[in-house]
Design a protein around this ligand. Structure first.
Ligand code: FES
Length: 376
């Protein structure tokens, strides 16, 4: 039981295994921590197999394999095979870069259920610029192979100011690739995306226009393709129910074994996240301070504490609260009831003036060199 509200602790349902921070791509909106290069001591195969078993015993049913680029792990088929034996639904979240037909078949054989391929843009020059690699044609080929091998075709395009004007072309590309699902994920401004926010955050008008186009295709493609338009929360007046509430559903394990209540929690100072090298998943989930810190409602300050909407949005996102206010227990400033809402309006205004100035700030690409120089 948690706090005086006596909320029962639910089981983790979704395990996200960030297998490595290594990645051949350099996307400037990556949500990995900016200092990822400092955390290169990856868990080995046996560690991951144990983590999967322990989380499954706690009730986890969905396993996401991500990174960095999870394909870099040569033990991927072993990990997939073990997860499948345990009864997980196993999802590979990949850039698709260098994924060939032999490997796709091998992963299918091992029991992989689902491959989500990301593409940066619907045309070569922009895709390759954003990815920092010549990958466009190859990614499209991977999307076709994924379909050919009987996986659901799940395409993900992260949306920001560099590609939002191409919304129609993105949707047409998804049709051409016969995607079953298209995730149009507006950038969430954490990690590298936060660093590049002035350059990446679209204007309100751009969002509205893009959303209308996505809605139009949603209607047109009903029954053929499912389109998810992940709303940009800076333009909302209520926060997202981040992670479906802290420590209720999601468990992320970083490449070096750090157990995180959300994929950004590593950047929260003083949270002191536990490591799977030192503690069992059961102890981490039930007894660690990090996982209990924002469970329930007792930790909340005003205006969240007395807000009737707290059971819907759980006070929003702890990481966003920290990024804007320096206080991870503050209300998410996206909320119009937050005393810090003006910080979000200032971020929007700053990105708009960068856009109107017509002198684009250089993007900081996500790579080990930049990570080292930014994290000292
Ligand atoms: Fe960490 Fe929202 S991303 S709580």
């Amino acid at each position: 039981m948690v706090g005086s509200d006596k909320l029962p602790v639910s089981s983790p349902r979704w395990l996200l295994a960030e297998l490595t921070y290594a990645c051949p791509l350099q996307c400037p909106y990556c949500s990995n921590p900016v200092d990822f290069a400092k955390h290169a001591d990856e868990l080995d195969t046996q560690d991951w197999l144990r983590v999967f078993s322990e989380a499954r015993a706690m009730g986890a049913v969905q396993l996401g394999l991500s990174g960095g680029e999870p394909l870099i792990r040569q033990d991927l088929p072993i990990l997939v095979g073990h997860a499948r034996e345990l009864g997980y639904y196993v999802n590979l979240i990949t850039s698709g870069y260098k994924l060939d037909e032999t490997r796709i078949a091998e992963l299918k054989e091992a029991g992989l259920d689902h491959i989500q391929v990301s593409i940066q843009a619907p045309e070569k020059t922009l895709n390759n610029f954003l990815a920092g690699t010549d990958s466009f044609e190859q990614k499209k080929e991977v999307a076709r192979l994924v379909k050919k091998h009987g996986y659901p075709m799940v395409l993900c395009v992260v949306i920001h100011r560099e590609n939002i004007h191409l919304m129609r072309e993105i949707l047409d590309m998804a049709v051409e690739l016969e995607a079953d699902y298209l995730e149009l994920a507006n950038t969430q401004y954490y990690g590298w995306a936060h660093l590049n926010r002035d350059r990446l955050l679209p204007t309100r008008e751009q969002f509205r226009e893009a959303e209308a186009i996505a809605q139009d295709y949603k209607e047109k493609l009903k029954g053929k393709m499912k389109i998810y338009y992940v709303v940009p929360d800076y333009y909302e007046d209520r926060p997202k129910a981040c992670m479906n509430g802290w420590g209720t559903t999601f468990l992320t394990i970083a490449p070096d074994g750090l157990a995180l209540p959300c994929h950004e929690a590593r950047s929260l100072p003083g949270l002191d996240c536990p490591n799977v090298r030192d503690m069992s998943i059961r102890d981490i989930w039930l007894h660690s301070d990090a996982f209990n810190r924002f469970r329930g409602y007792d930790w909340m300050k005003e205006p969240c504490r007395s807000c009737p909407e707290k059971t819907k949005d759980f006070g929003g996102c702890r990481c966003q609260a920290y990024l804007f206010t320096g206080d991870m227990a503050a209300a998410d400033p996206v909320c119009s009831k937050s005393p810090h809402r003006s910080a979000v309006s200032e971020a929007i205004a700053s990105a708009r003036s960068a856009f109107e100035a017509n002198e684009p700030k250089p993007l900081v690409f996500r790579n080990a060199k930049n990570s080292k120089s930014l994290s000292g």
